[in-house]
Design a protein around this ligand. Structure first.
Ligand SMILES: *Cc1c(COP(=O)(O)O)cnc(C)c1O
Length: 459
């Protein structure tokens, strides 16, 4: 398997090279040059455990990792989950919830980041040298990345979050990790500022090489890859119980990483009839899928902070397909967007996507309704996906809603919705008494670069 940049620069890379590179040197994102068609394997895969299924799917894309090594990496990555099925599916009211929050930080990003930490450690062990990870987070990526990388040899991680704009629990989940190789930075700006600093640091090729930067944001292909697995797993479980030929997914979306994994699963031949893209008030993707115009707006803080994003970094991967996999055409589109803040592709959006927008009022109503009718607490991100997904409920086609976080991460939203302090988890309760460490920095690439340089110099 070879990987190419969406912008067409450089030579194709192997899987290991791709994950160690992160963002392509021409500013593009990596994608597999061809997508494997797995339709004739689906019936054989149906009976596999999560780990065995993950091994079968990942090995198609990671063909430069020996099978025994990959099996071991997969086993260790999911041994940290607290549910034997890793990502179980439960029926709640009219929807099937795919619970993705049984990992160490109680959000779906653990599924990919536990895997990525083990991958990095394996590759660095082979090649020698070290890696300095810089990451931006709107909340959940940061803690999941920190838990994926903490204490690992040859790896340092610098995580930027927008100062005061992540939930108190999200902040404590990050800043209570005191391992020497973890540096938390509170940036005086928005998540998009943090994400831009990461992009600027990567695009400074001299700095990037000197500091051996690595990426854990969903621009890293391994993140998308690990997430493809649970679309297959969930479709199989729901087909087992319903006998349905096709399934539909509703995905609460920010950076377009999670739903892109679903799109890949569909491209590989999983019978997904529709992918419902749910946004909160930060609705650039909803506007795109309903009007064909991709145009930047202002970020508004909401109850679902991990979706408070205007520019969706993974969207370029989808646009590349839309551009007929023509890197020149895609590069032109991206340049137009960068210059004007607006892009109107001359091709219609793919019909397998539907998009809806759910505001704060809807989110609170859905949380309350599911608690009162089913005794199930949805976190606010999941509630956006459920509320929007219900608009696409159709007889004969089961609706699988991705439950992306445990409600205890967003206890304030639960209180606001139900009037009760219902969402508790021992891992979250324990955070209150733990010491923290964090540095506040201005929203400037230079300020962050200086901290990275100084930390490396300290050894
Ligand atoms: C990151 C996140 C999302 C959005 O996922 P994307 O891959 O950025 O679209 C949704 N819900 C939760 C809880 C998240 O942490």
């Amino acid at each position: 398997m070879r990987y190419v940049s969406t912008r067409g620069g450089g030579e194709p890379l192997t899987f290991k090279q791709t994950i160690m590179t992160g963002l392509a040197r021409d500013g593009g994102l990596y994608l597999p040059a061809t997508v494997p068609d797995v339709r004739d394997r689906l019936s054989g895969w149906r009976a596999l455990s999560y780990q065995d299924l993950a091994f079968e799917i990942i090995r198609l894309f990671a063909d430069d990792i020996p099978d025994d090594v990959l099996r071991d990496i997969v086993a260790r990555s999911y041994a940290t989950f607290r549910h034997p099925e890793i990502t179980p599916v439960v029926k709640v009211g009219p929807v099937h919830l795919l619970e993705l929050f049984h990992g160490p930080t109680l959000a779906f990003k653990d599924v990919a980041l536990q895997f990525l930490g083990n991958l990095f450690e394996y590759v660095l062990g082979e090649t020698g040298g070290e890696m300095n990870i810089v990451a931006a987070t709107s909340g959940d990526t940061g803690s999941a990345a920190i838990y994926g990388m903490r204490g690992r040899e040859r790896i340092r991680i610098f995580v930027m979050h927008p100062h005061g704009r992540v939930s108190p629990v999200q902040e404590r989940q990050m800043t209570t990790v005191l391992d020497d190789n973890v540096c938390n930075l509170a940036v005086e700006g928005t998540f998009d500022d943090c994400q831009n600093i990461v992009k600027d640091l990567f695009n400074d090729l001299q700095f990037r090489d000197a500091c051996r930067l690595g990426a854990v944001n969903s621009i890293n292909w391994a993140r998308v890859l690990a997430q493809i697995v649970y679309y297959f797993y969930a479709a199989f479980r729901v087909q087992d119980t319903t006998g349905a030929a096709q399934v539909r997914f509703s995905v609460p979306t920010g950076n377009f990483g999670d739903i892109f994994a679903g799109y890949m699963a569909r491209c590989m031949g999983l019978p997904i009839d529709r992918l419902v893209l749910a946004t909160n008030e930060n609705d650039i993707l909803w506007r795109y899928f309903n009007t064909g115009v991709y145009s930047m707006g202002e970020v508004v803080p909401t109850l679902s902070p991990s979706m408070d994003i205007q520019v969706a970094s993974n969207f370029e991967r989808y646009l590349y397909d839309l551009a007929g996999r023509d890197p020149a055409r895609l590069s032109h589109w991206m340049a137009t967007f960068k210059e004007t803040g607006t892009l109107t592709p001359d091709v219609a959006p793919d019909a397998c996507f539907s998009s809806g927008r759910g505001d704060t009022e809807m989110t609170l109503k859905v949380i309350k309704a599911y608690w009162e009718a089913c005794g199930y607490l949805l976190d606010p991100h999941t509630a956006v996906g459920v509320g929007v997904g219900l608009r696409y409920l159709q007889e004969e086609i089961p609706l699988i809603c991705l439950a992306t976080a445990h409600p205890a991460k967003f206890g304030q939203a639960i209180i606001q919705a139900t009037g009760l302090d219902l969402a508790r988890h021992p891992l979250i309760d324990a955070l209150a008494d733990m010491p923290t460490r964090v540095r506040v920095v201005p929203a400037s690439k230079e300020a962050v670069a200086e901290i990275v340089r100084a930390t490396i110099a300290e050894g």
